[in-house]
Write a protein of this length. Structure first.
Lengths: 193, 193, 193, 193
DNA sequence: AATGAATGAGTTTTCATTCAT
DNA sequence: TATGAATGAAAACTCATTCAT
């Protein structure tokens, strides 16, 4: 039990860090708080992470990786644009719904992450691109009006973000997903149906 | 830099602070940087604000007050819900469009502001309420489907926020306003027209 | 220098502070000087005392507590007023004789201490009262002239203070004690002997 | 009225400084406080005194000079030691009785003054010497017991200091002077009378 | 000549990081 | 290996002194 725990403890620290960092600014978080939250000594943190910065970035990346893995997207290959939109809303909301702190964290430091990590940049772009492409396909197929796909994608994601950030605890991810998809699809739909 | 009148200098400092704080976290900003940006000595800042914290809060409040004054809302009194929605989108976007740094600042520290200032809390609630009530009226009038007004309001504002945060420099407030209103109104509309 | 136990180090810091504060004004003493004198880092001081002020007060109180414990007074219960006077002079002088720096410190900030700490106030009053009561008893017993006991007590203590503050290093506490008691007792005595 | 007021204002500032410095440590006194007390602008102080230090020293010296002038000592030339002692007590007490703040100031920074000014050093020594010589004469004349004149002088002055520092507002200088002289003279007297 | 707003050197205080245990 | 007391570089804050008005 001398070395086996190592990876486990790393995760304990990362979890604690995610928790604490999600509550306040990077600079407002004291190393001690993270140590306390993790239930380890402050020195231990430095055995696993060279600096507070590194820990912070690792925390972001870990959350991000979890998401990446969980990310259900590309999503079904050849379903209708409407279904894909619906699917994306549902998936993203479900993914973050019970991890609001982490979502807030990711959202707040989006910029830092995007600047520092290629994978994050790619993933972020992926999501945007998928939504955008889906919309474009919808337009091409005549299912959607000729909206600006980039703008529409941004608005769609804005609704998703808003749902994540401001939903009440009593509300569910799927309710929101349905409403977002519904609103969006009617909003961009051609009405022919 | 010569002798300035007191109130004038206070504003110079607040402007500088807004500029600097909008670029980085509170904790990442040094008092010296603000002083430099304002073109005053560090001590001067402390003649106008007791602590860095107080300066920060004053900065947020100043921006907020400017907005409050500029805020065009209650908006037209007895126009259609559709028009009001359109108006709100246009007004809010126009208000913040060229103050993105400040908007980001306000958005980032929404919580702090809401916790500390009643006026902010009220203003924020006002906007939400107006949107929500407009939606409710639309529903009652049969112009909108029977959506959950709170959720719909949240999604509407989510689109607005997204527009503010992620728009490209080449895009205009009014373009976005039109698209948001269009998308939203079709989304919640009954289709009877 | 190694690792010390917490309470031990607290005392090391307090000793150093007493030393440094006794040499100069509170405001003229730099935190760094105390740290250097204590042989610890500046930050360490702040682990034990919240502010420089708190450290200062703690320093005064510590010396005061030491004295309180060492304080031999109430002194003999039922001996003659003359003996009690002699005893008090001897005890107080002995107590402070080799702690002149601390005595000076205590004396200089008498007011601060009296204002802030009830125990100090009580102790100070105790000493005064004991002297005064002793004098009153002497007067009642016909051993002393009908002097104003409060004034006489003040003068007696004035001699004691003067001895502490201005004695030469070559002089001893007991020599002074004898002379003070002698002078005072003859001074207030009735001469009947 | 452009230049005539100059010396007058200098004194106003010195008075204010004496008042404020007597209440707190040199370092605890802000230049602003002195300016406020003097009813002049802060800058004005610097027109009269180069630095705060200089003002402080000037304040001490001013008080000291006033005393020097008022100092009645050498005292009567060829009266009895008893009379001289009585005279000295009365004179010193009278001199300081209504200037307690200044006395406290002088007393607190005795060391600084003694270190910096030859005249002060001389004056202080004078007083001590006069008392001591008077005692010696008394001893030689057989009027006083064979006390250690230095110690006795110190104790005598200790009583005087104590009277100045701790007397109540309701008490008078002459009462104290009488009691001090009485106590001291009986204390060192041979009893033959 | 007088003023008090401005200044920045000098202090206090914090906190990431180290290191003795 | 884990710890948390110790540290000092870095940041906030103060205040004597200057200087534009």
């Amino acid at each position: 039990m001398a070395r086996k725990l190592t990876e486990e403890k790393r995760l304990v620290i990362l979890d604690a860090a995610a928790e604490v960092f999600s509550r306040k600014d990077f600079h407002a978080v004291l190393t001690d708080e993270i140590a306390a939250e993790a239930g380890v000594g402050k020195g231990t943190i430095y055995r696993y992470f060279r600096t507070k910065d590194e820990l912070y970035f690792a925390t972001l990346m870990r959350g991000f990786d979890q998401l990446s893995k969980a990310f259900p997207v590309p999503a079904p290959p050849e379903c209708t644009p409407e279904d894909r939109i619906q699917r994306i809303a549902a998936d993203v909301l479900k993914l973050f719904w019970n991890r609001r702190p982490f979502y807030m964290l990711l959202h707040r430091d989006e910029k830092l992450l995007l600047d520092r990590d290629r994978a994050v940049r790619r993933k972020r772009a992926d999501l945007e691109r998928i939504v955008q492409e889906t919309i474009e396909k919808g337009v091409e197929a005549g299912a959607f009006r000729a909206v600006d796909s980039r703008v529409a994608a941004n608005l769609f994601l804005g609704m998703v973000r808003s749902a994540l950030a401001y939903h009440r605890d009593s509300e569910t991810a799927s309710t929101y997903a349905v409403q977002i998809a519904d609103l969006f699809l009617r909003g961009v739909g051609t009405g022919t149906r």
